[in-house]
Design a protein around this ligand. Sequence first.
Ligand code: NAD
Length: 484
Amino acid sequence: MLNQPPYQLYIAGRWCNARSGRTETVFNPATETALAEVAFGAAQDIDDAVAAAAAAQAGWGKNSGRARGAFLRAIAGGVQQQQEQLAHLQTANNGKPLSESLIDVGDVIATFNYYAELAEQLDDRQDQPVALPGAGFTATLRHEPCGVAALIVPWNFPMVTTAWKVAPALAAGCTVVLKPSEITPLPELALAAIIDQAGLPAGVFNLVTGDAEAGAALASHPAVRKVSFTGSTVVGQAVMKTAADDLKRISLELGGKSAALLFADADLELALDIVCGGIFFNAGQMCSATSRLLIERSIAQDFTARLKQRVESIRVGDPMDPATQMGPLSSRRQYQKVQQYIQQGMAAGLKLITGGAPAQDKAKGYFVAPTIFADVPFDSPLWREEIFGPVLCIHAFDSEQEAIAIANRSDYGLVATVLTADSERASRVSAALEVGLVWVNSPQVIFPQASWGGMKKSSLGRELGPWGLQAFQEIKHVVVAAPG
Ligand code: NAD
């Protein structure tokens, strides 16, 4: 058992047990051994946390942007000091290779620093004059915090999805209640300890661990003004329905079934790296996974053969081993879900290129072999549904128009990857794709300055960049009549 972060709830600047006294065991998915007992919060604890956030709201919102920015920089500094420990903790809890956890920690630091900068700029942007056509009036524009924000996140990038919400919410002047995933609460508990050390006023940041019950109580709490949710589309839809009762502001980051479009003129060696990264990074547990690969027919057979060779060389194993390239799935539930899809594909007679069996000779751990199916029909659940695991489906195309049409034929619209040497084609295709982010000949790099989110059933609103901050702000105009 780990003896690191406090495993209690963090409410009103203090660590405390769940009111029920209940705890839940958190596991290491690589070994299936218990890591820690964590307080299991429910509706009463959510009431306490929201009350603490509401009590702190007025004071925090009135702080200058510069003052809030200083706290965000202190949090970034605290994370930086503990990079190694945080990466180890996340790998132990989530199962992703240590190298990937270190990338996540870097992203967390960059996000807190970026929103510190935006917070510092807020003071000069407050009460700016608005140009009006009539001389009889003047107007000024204010950006005010939404109020208490409920932040609900999943388990695949625990610290990152959390940072993308906590940093802009605090920068905007909102107080927050964070509900991490019941599967991976440890990284967020460690982050909460860092936030505690940064000395934020009590009640500004609160954390309640727990499952769907705590999440639902938080999303529906009448004193919550804003819900920022990342998770499955089905739960996102439930959150949206609940939010309608109070007309709460909502931001949703949901599922995906994204496409990579590979044209015959592309650099195929680079394409191998990008295609593999797009589906096997984090064992495919990415909302942005490019799980549908569309290949121009003239190179489909050759590229698939090269891809098979490359994929069979991926080292799957202990995520703490620096040589490991793919770890286990993060939970037994996810492992079973992915295995069911693979079995379904095999039973339907899909063309299996590689994988298809549990990886490893290990008796323990939720390891799945990187798996590829080719010529997958468009009506197959494997083609249409988000599997959220290391399973790639391939389909060939004959023309640019056909590739675009296939890519857009999805309920989702998060991201896409375009692989071509023709820059005019790259811009034509990028413009035609119904997604929020296109990578052209690029791995899935994410910058805090650029937006995150998509179209259709993938998102509502955008995170990161100035849009991530605006998501936690209300606009107010003050119009003054000139003295008569
Ligand atoms: P999930 O929807 O089951 O759970 C997400 C969070 O919501 C968890 O904290 C959970 O406890 C909580 N929750 C569950 N039921 C709830 C309810 N009724 N009301 C309020 N909260 C509730 O999702 P998951 O399995 O943890 O995560 C995987 C999903 O997240 C995938 O669909 C993935 O695509 C998506 N995701 C999206 C993004 C993005 O940026 N678009 C990023 C990461 C993950």
